[in-house]
Design a protein around this ligand. Sequence first.
Ligand code: ADP
Length: 344
Amino acid sequence: MTDQQTEKKQGVLSSNVVMSGIRPTGMLHLGNYFGAIRNYVRMQEQYECYFMVADLHSLTTHPDTSLLKEHVKRVLAENIACGLDPDKATFYCQSHVRETGELYLYLNMLAYKGELEKTVTFKDKARLHPENVNAGLLTYPVLQTADIIIHRAGLVPVGKDQEQHLEMARNFVQRFNHRYGQIFPEPHAFNFNEALVKVPGLDGSGKMSKSENNMSTLYFADDDDTIRKKVMKAKTDAGPTEPNSPMPDYIENIFLLMHLVSEEGVIKKYQEDYNNCSIRYGDLKKQLAEDMVKFIAPIRQKADDILANDKYLVETMQKGAARASESAQKTMKLVREAIGLNYF
Ligand code: ADP
């Protein structure tokens, strides 16, 4: 890492190196795009970037690995189809960087059971799968911290659901630096100075997600008719009866989705129709469905072409693994020395 990339401000290291990842637990969706991938594509132009397919993280909730290879390749292909360029960013598979496991072990000694048990994502996942509350699930934020700081990264483009994990990562980094010396910059969630994004589900509640509710999530792999069907099923009601009424959550969500893919003029027209009580939700959803098809179809087609080229995907993974491992090895040398594990 050069001096330009890492600087020391009032005793705290900061870094312009970028790191983020996506779990291969299913097909990518609009939430992954607007929460994370869109920023990967913008950031790769200006920063040193590391992006990974988080295959080890997926084992915490998906112990059955029969679909893992297929999902890893799909996540690679879909990211590239969205514009991630493996020649500009280092794009790799988490399990190919063995050093992360070692750093995870050291960080586990600095993470406390009480704080891990209080993590919202841990509590949610434990509630959903009470039969598999494993230690990997509990220490997920520790492994995530290791993934980020193995490249001494400071900027982490993620969606809103990851905010708490980044706060925990800063705590682990502070403890490490306090005990062993200033090695790691503090990582921060990044969205170009704007609020972190949460793309809501089409059912008006929760967020779009890979594995939870197929009908309320728009996937890049969805064909045009499936996209139309899902959007037309989005929850609406009889419409406002008073001018300028506040919007119910589920209608606000439809407008929020429109802001992601529709033209400003079109959104303005429907907003005016809402305010003067002339809105027809059937038309609104038809418009949204067509704009979604226009946005998703080219990405789906590109991803399918990339998926058909296995040789390219394997070479991409190998190239990414070599570059990411080199960066990880440099960091681990500093870490072992700082801890005092350099006996000769
Ligand atoms: P998922 O929740 O679909 O399994 P991951 O946990 O693999 O996704 O997260 C990958 C990235 O996508 C993270 O940066 C996460 O914040 C972002 N992300 C996932 N779902 C959404 C959403 N609905 N809105 C915004 N960002 C999201």
